[in-house]
Write a protein that binds this ligand. Structure first.
Ligand code: GLU
Length: 295
């Protein structure tokens, strides 16, 4: 069988404006997809209405468009995908790989944070649903940037939540279901998600889904040493000249080959970037300190 064609994606949660750290990840993922002659998709991960900021997804899509980073397929929204998450959950429940958990916060506190099985003293009307991890299994991941990463889920995450008691779907389940449904072959995202990946690989195996390749790029740290984040109100990039923003990101992607920092438009700049991009120069680090856009 021929290998599936490369398909990458960028999957922001709509919790604030697109900041330079998310634009960094989006550009890395886009360049790798384009250089491989592949597709690139955008998915809005709007699973958590209480954390959502009104207008954020439209603002993020507009900011990506200004950078020339647009989805090859209609943008998928996780809020439209609950039926697919339910089908995956039903499959895991039917095969005994997931279970209803009636534990309260105090029951969970007794297990010291790493929860196994349901030890509730009382039944709840709407239990959480958890994934049953295997006792001795160590998941090994070969990340293209961070190298080998291994994790025993039984020791680090325990039986993790797939659907919360309040009915919200967990990111871990939704991301696995959607990456498979969209035919994603290569996941490029921030290193802060490296430790979620073994849970996602365990779910892929339990659901009989393929495991994509992973590349976790560094996260950008602001002047305070903290990761730039949408919810911490890091500056959006909406007002910068887009070619200047892209040029700044180019250097942070470890690319020293000169590219014009003024180009007639973003598509001219991006076409030159695809031709010049050297994936092997991406920084093999978990974080990079970023100073201001104005330096
Ligand atoms: N939605 C996540 C975020 O905005 C990214 C998830 C992923 O790339 O797997 O941080």
């Amino acid at each position: 069988m021929p290998a599936p064609t490369y398909c990458g994606r960028f999957a922001p949660s709509p919790t604030g404006p697109l900041h330079l750290g998310s634009a960094y990840t989006a550009l890395a993922s886009w360049l790798l997809a384009r250089q491989a002659g592949g597709q690139w998709l955008i998915r809005i991960e709007d699973l958590d209405p209480p954390r959502e900021v009104a207008g954020a997804s439209a603002a993020q899509l507009a900011a990506l468009q200004r950078l020339g980073l647009t989805s090859d397929m209609p943008v998928l929204r996780q809020s439209q995908r609950y039926h697919a998450y339910q089908a995956a959950l039903d499959q895991l429940l039917a095969s005994g790989q997931a279970f209803a958990c009636h534990c309260s916060r105090s029951d969970l506190a007794e297990s010291g944070g790493v929860h196994r099985d349901c030890t509730a003293k009382r039944q709840r009307p709407t239990p959480a649903i958890r994934f049953r991890v295997r006792d001795a299994e160590v998941i090994v991941l070969h990340d293209a940037i961070q190298g080998e990463y291994r994790q025993s889920l039984a020791e680090t995450t325990g039986d993790f939540v797939l659907r919360r008691a309040d009915g919200l779907w967990a990111y871990q389940l939704a991301v696995v279901v959607d990456d498979a449904a969209q035919g994603i072959t290569d996941i490029v995202r921030g290193s802060d998600l490296l430790d979620s990946t073994p849970r996602q690989i365990a779910l892929q195996r339990a659901l009989g889904l393929p495991t994509p390749s992973y590349a976790h790029v560094p996260v950008l740290l602001g002047a305070d040493g903290q990761k730039l984040s949408k919810s911490a109100h890091s500056d959006g990039i909406d007002n910068g000249d887009p070619v200047r923003v892209l040029s700044r990101l180019w250097g942070l992607l470890g690319q020293s080959q000169p590219l014009p920092n003024s180009a007639p438009d973003v598509s001219t700049w991006l076409a030159a970037a695809v031709a010049a991009f050297r994936p092997e120069a991406l920084p093999h680090r978990t974080a990079i300190a970023f100073e201001s856009m104005h330096t």
